[in-house]
Design a protein around this ligand. Structure first.
Ligand code: FAD
Length: 409
């Protein structure tokens, strides 16, 4: 029997078994016994990345959230969702450096795909990882920390090396942010002042439908212990009230209008307990080296007539470089060009190779958890090392699936 669909409901997993262990020992036995198995997170990816004959969810394991004040780290069971982790950290006076647009996703699933938020000085969420406990193909338990040679390969691992059972993340003392939204940023002004705009706050997002200037907005998430936000952003005017990203919906977004609040209630765009984003959608995203950002944006904008009618919204974000082999920001600061599409796969999917052809000169890496046409393996200089590591940890290919065979192996 089918175990159901992904969050967006357009992909039905082919897996017929979903294991839900309650302890790590049970998890180890399940993994050791299965010929083909993969971990399933909170099902928010838009493709067949997670799928396998058997899947295992960690949602039944105790969260086991433990803060270590001395090392400024937190460790927890890998199936924990960001929203739950963030609430516990905030209650204890601690914080994460960054979060994605939604708190609903599992930490393991987000880290495995190099999910990111925004901020010129913030890395992807995987960059906060300072330790992993991995259940390997034979049911063994392996601890991997930054001193291990394979660490940079094992963090963004697409579930290909095993099932991550516990994660340790770096944390810092809690902080406050405010969120200010500005509307009507002109396209040429955006491109002429891109660096000044993306560096104007701790975390910056630009939303656009690629058409005219009126629909382009800037969201500044400013830490209260840093610069106060400007009166306007290159002609874009501040909005007093909260706006949503879906037509007519603002309930699901975290508070805007410059009202200060804790990091976990301002960094994500969407609130726990509400449907994030639009709900009836597909998503695609490309991470482009920062040095190519402006040329890449111009190339995509030249396709606006084809993109805009299929689009709910585009979001542009930035992130700092990391050293994680399969990360979209490997060895380069990056700009992420994201598309929330209408749920029209027959029209959206044929457009992806067109966008990828336009981005071809700009070394664009697709987001592993979203829809794309193809991966250019040469853009991952450590891919060969990753494949070697996977063969070493998983000699029989227990964690391989068609997605990995197409795109990685
Ligand atoms: C509404 C919405 C908003 C989004 N916003 C953002 C955003 O702001 N930024 C961004 O970068 N992305 C975003 N995404 C994409 C999302 O963050 C990724 O798809 C992420 O991987 C989802 O995590 P998940 O727990 O649902 O993983 P799943 O989709 O369940 O799994 C993804 C991968 O992680 C692996 N995995 C899961 N758990 C484990 C484990 N314990 N051990 C080993 N591997 C594991 C799976 O095997 C699979 O390969 C968004 C998605 C949605 C639906």
């Amino acid at each position: 029997m089918s175990i159901g669909t992904n969050w967006a409901r357009h992909y039905e997993y082919t897996a017929t078994t979903l294991h839900e262990p309650r302890t790590v020992d049970e998890l180890r036995e399940i993994v050791a016994a299965a010929p083909r198995i993969r971990a399933l997170g909170s099902r928010h990816s838009f493709n067949d990345l997670a799928d396998s004959a058997e899947l295992v969810s960690l949602e039944g394991l105790e969260p086991g959230i433990r803060v270590d004040e001395e090392t400024e780290t937190v460790s927890f069971s890998a199936g924990v969702r960001y929203g739950d982790l963030a609430e516990e950290l905030q209650a204890q006076g601690w914080a994460l450096r960054n979060m994605a647009s939604l708190p609903h996703i599992s930490v393991a699933g987000a880290v495995a795909t190099s999910t990111h938020g925004s901020g010129d000085r913030n890395g992807t969420l995987a960059r906060a990882v300072s330790g992993l406990e991995l259940v390997t193909a034979d049911g063994g338990l392996r601890t991997i920390t930054p001193v291990d040679d394979e660490f940079d390969g094992a963090v963004v691992a697409l579930g290909a090396l095993g099932v991550v059972s516990r994660i340790t993340l770096d944390i810092e003392p809690t902080y406050q942010l405010r969120q200010d939204v500005y509307t009507g940023l002109g396209w040429e002004r955006l491109l002429d002042n891109y660096d000044a705009i993306t560096s104007r706050a701790y975390s910056v997002s630009v939303f656009t439908d690629w058409s005219d200037d009126a629909r382009t907005t800037v969201w500044l998430k400013s830490r209260l212990d840093e610069r106060t936000p400007p009166g306007e952003v290159y002609g874009a005017k501040p909005l007093g009230e909260s706006i949503g990203l879906a037509e007519g919906a603002s309930d699901n977004t975290t508070q805007q209008g410059g009202v200060p609040g804790p990091w976990n209630e301002r960094l994500p765009h969407f609130r726990m307990g509400f449907t994030p984003s639009n709900g009836d959608e597909l998503q695609t995203e490309y991470l482009v080296p920062r040095r190519h950002a402006i040329a890449a944006l111009r190339a995509v904008r030249a396709l606006a007539e084809r993109i805009t009618p299929l689009l709910h919204i585009t979001e542009l974000r930035t992130m700092a470089a990391d050293s994680l082999w399969l990360s979209g920001a490997y060895d380069t600061d990056a700009t992420a060009i994201h598309f929330t599409w209408k749920n029209l796969p027959a029209e959206v999917l044929p457009l992806l190779p067109v966008i990828e052809a336009a981005l071809e000169p700009f070394e664009a890496r697709p987001h592993w958890g979203k829809l794309f046409h193809s991966v250019r393996r040469e853009l991952y200089p450590r891919l060969g090392d990753f494949v070697e590591l996977a063969h070493e940890l998983d000699p029989t290919g227990k964690f391989r699936n068609p997605f990995l065979d197409r795109n990685v192996f």
